[in-house]
Design a protein around this ligand. Structure first.
Ligand SMILES: [Zn+2]
Length: 355
């Protein structure tokens, strides 16, 4: 039967054909039957998977018959996503549909009417001049399912979104996508939790060589000294080089007493202490030292060097050398040391002596 869309196309030009509607008894395409098919795909270890926010609704599939020069008419199918081939159209079992006398009730909804109008407009645009050859048009209202799966393991949850034609899911022609692990980019229908509680997939798990915990691979890194693969939480960052290593391999600078990676130490001195350069006593760092320890105002031969995390400042005062370590995260003076003028042996001093 003629539909409201029969007499005019979305751009108000008259359609040259009758637009019919077809539906089928598709009660078997229920959320329950679809969820059963989807659930059967997944294995969630020590957790659960459930549908959330799932909707199933009829969407239009447009079948157009075009006049052809040969005896056989030409048939073209469109969905709102574009043209579909005949195999795809057949998979929606359109041959089981029957034309209905009236428009389906859901076309009373403006959004559904707009969906149909957009489909006709798309077909008209794609076919261009060939649209004039259309002599028969049928809209098959096929169930389409849009949903989200929620996976829960312990305190964590993950999600999978899907959007498919219901018939193709039930017939196994389309499959809900596997779970995509956000930490590794790997995906699987088997979903597990690592020993830190992160939801992931089995092929993304690695074992920390220190704790023996199975952890998602993005949370594992190599110790820069030993090469051992360990949880990044087990690694310590060298303040001088930025390298990550197991802290047991760190070495202390004999001059500034800072722990650094072995490669940042040479002859017992860290890279900062080895690169001290003459500094202007008027610079802010030295100014802070002068302010905190007024006796240093008689200091001479100021030198300074810094890495990303700390700065080392030295000066000579009377018969000793003084050394200050400044934590650059908050500019606090964390260590004060002294040595004789040769600077061979350094030891901490009571800062009250300098005040
Ligand atoms: Zn040092």
């Amino acid at each position: 039967m003629n539909s409201q869309s029969q007499n005019s196309s979305p751009n108000s030009e008259p359609l040259s054909f009758e637009l019919c509607h077809a539906t089928t008894d598709d009660d078997h395409l229920s959320i329950q039957s679809i969820s059963e098919v989807i659930y059967s795909l997944f294995q969630v270890d020590n957790g659960s998977i459930k549908l959330s926010g799932c909707s199933i609704e009829p969407k239009p599939v447009l079948k157009l018959k075009l006049k052809s020069h040969s005896e056989a008419s030409e048939i073209i199918y469109f969905t709102n996503d574009g043209e579909i081939n005949h195999d795809f159209a057949n998979s929606l079992r359109l041959d089981e549909f029957e034309e209905i006398a009236d428009e389906p009730t859901w076309l009373k909804a403006p959004s559904k009417r707009a969906e149909l109008d957009q489909l006709l407009e798309l077909a008209q645009t794609k076919l261009a001049e060939d649209f004039q050859r259309v002599f028969q048009a049928t809209v098959f209202w096929c169930k389409h399912v849009d949903g989200k799966l929620t996976i829960e393991i312990g305190e964590q949850s993950g999600f999978i979104k899907f959007s498919y034609w219901a018939q193709r899911i039930v017939d196994g022609l389309d499959s809900c996508p596997p779970y995509l692990c956000e930490y590794s980019g790997k995906s699987s229908y088997q979903i597990v939790s690592d020993d830190l509680g992160n939801i992931t997939v089995p092929q993304a798990l690695k074992t920390c060589e220190i704790t023996q915990k199975k952890i998602v691979e993005s949370q594992i890194a190599a110790c820069s000294v030993s090469g051992r693969q360990v949880a990044i939480t087990e690694l310590w960052t060298c303040p001088a080089s930025g390298k990550k290593l197991l802290e047991t391999f760190a070495k202390k600078c004999s001059k500034c007493d800072q722990s650094v990676s072995p490669e940042a130490i040479e002859r017992g001195f860290c890279i900062v202490c080895r690169s001290l350069n003459s500094a202007d006593p008027g610079n802010p760092t030295i100014g802070r030292i002068l302010e905190n320890f007024p006796v240093t105002q008689s200091g001479v031969g100021w030198k300074e060097s810094a890495c990303q995390s700390y700065a080392v400042v030295t000066c000579r005062r009377r018969l000793m050398r003084l050394l200050f370590v400044i934590d650059l995260t908050d500019d606090s003076i964390t260590i004060v040391r002294k040595s004789n003028l040769l600077g061979l042996r350094w030891k901490d001093i009571d800062v009250e002596q300098l005040k």
